[in-house]
Design a protein around this ligand. Structure first.
Ligand SMILES: Cc1ncc(COP(=O)(O)O)c(C=O)c1O
Length: 358
């Protein structure tokens, strides 16, 4: 039995996408691939509101997140950490042999513009990383306010993970001045995993060109050289790029404004349903995510039992991540999801909850 996915990625994949993935194979040095590549990167530029370069990497998001560290961190990096994935990015920065400091926030809290200002005013850093939407805690940090601070530090690389937010709301990469914006496609894009997308500003490419130890697979300069020929340095996941092509077409057919409004509506719908049933938001409401809801287990129910029973009924449910597992749970509402999908999950939870109370 297929369990319908309500976890924060991977998420349900629309049948049209699965069909697009079964298109006959082409060679990545053939003109057909160049056409596909240029169509997809043009679509991504429109979606990301950027004239910067947009690259396709065959890997999960962390491949490029590590690549950004190798390509863009020179003297010292500050990693803003407010959950499991941002903590991991700090760890990755150190594992790449870079000098780095973590500025930590309590889980459930956002990265703040004040903290960014304070760290950068020290003059110690030539790069910073942050996660826009911390999937482990359901927190969205105030990227516009942070971008205002970053404008005062043009020599500091602004490296942003939008893994679980890109496409669900407007994230205008150029207007925000993001030097490298990175995301995978298995979350808000609702594609199967295996493809990561990233942007590089002119400044970022200039920095990369001076960096030692970029390696090969995630060398941003290799990506730029190949992109000029509408290509990738090594063989890409062509089936997934077909899927992305199809999904971009579907996104523009829905309309970006409508897509953002749908995600906002779903976030409110889930929040309301949970609040009515006595589950409080884990993050402060002003910083709750648009793509997943992380709730406190305020009623102290057995979340592992709920997950198991939902699984038996055909739903994949998440009972919290890392150190807040069991204390919190997460419901994803991203990608192609509609209210009717959530209604199915809510009906199943409503049915199971009284059993758990016995
Ligand atoms: C915000 C965020 N960043 C990074 C990652 C890691 O992505 P991947 O598993 O695609 O490398 C995740 C995965 O859930 C995530 O949610």
């Amino acid at each position: 039995m297929h369990k319908k996915l309500f976890i924060p990625g991977p998420v349900e994949v629309h049948p049209d996408i699965l069909k697009a993935m079964s298109s006959p194979m082409i060679g990545h040095r053939m003109k057909e691939y160049a056409d596909l590549h240029s169509r997809v990167t043009a679509g991504l530029k429109k979606l990301l509101f950027t004239d910067s370069k947009v690259f396709l990497a065959t890997s999960s998001a962390f491949g490029v997140m590590e690549g950004a560290i190798r390509n863009l961190v020179g003297t010292r990096c500050v990693n803003f950490c407010n959950g499991a994935f941002s903590d991991k990015w700090h760890d990755v920065t150190l594992r790449c042999g870079k000098q780095a400091d973590a500025i930590r926030f309590d889980w459930g809290m956002p990265v703040t513009a004040e903290a960014v200002e304070k760290a950068l005013a020290s003059g110690k850093y030539d790069s910073m990383t942050m996660i826009h939407n911390e999937t482990s805690t359901g927190v969205m940090s105030p990227i516009t306010e942070i971008a205002e601070v970053m404008r005062r530090y043009p020599d500091v690389m602004f490296i942003v993970d939008t893994v679980s937010s890109m496409s669900a709301l407007k994230i205008p990469v150029d207007e925000l001045g993001i030097d490298s914006c990175i995301f995978g496609v298995q979350k808000a894009f609702a594609l199967p995993p295996g493809l990561a997308v990233f942007t590089t500003s002119e400044k970022a490419l200039k920095r990369a060109s001076t960096m030692e130890g970029r390696g090969y697979y995630f060398d941003f300069i290799e990506f730029a050289a190949n992109d000029a020929k509408h290509n990738t340095p090594s063989t890409p996941c062509i089936s997934l790029i077909y899927a992305l092509d199809c999904q971009l077409e579907r996104m523009f057919a829905e309309g970006l404004e409508n897509r953002w409004a749908r995600h906002n509506d779903l976030a409110n719908y889930v929040r309301y349903w949970l609040t009515e049933r006595g589950f409080d938001s884990f993050p402060p409401l002003a910083y709750r995510s648009q793509t997943l809801t992380c709730s406190r287990n305020s009623r102290r129910i057995d979340l592992a039992a709920l997950k198991k029973k939902l699984g038996e009924t055909g739903f994949a449910f998440d009972d919290g991540y890392g150190k807040i597992k069991g204390e919190t749970f997460r419901i994803a509402h991203m990608g192609d999801m509609q209210r009717s999908d959530l209604d199915e999950l809510f009906a199943a939870i409503t049915h199971i909850l009284p059993e758990l109370a016995k």
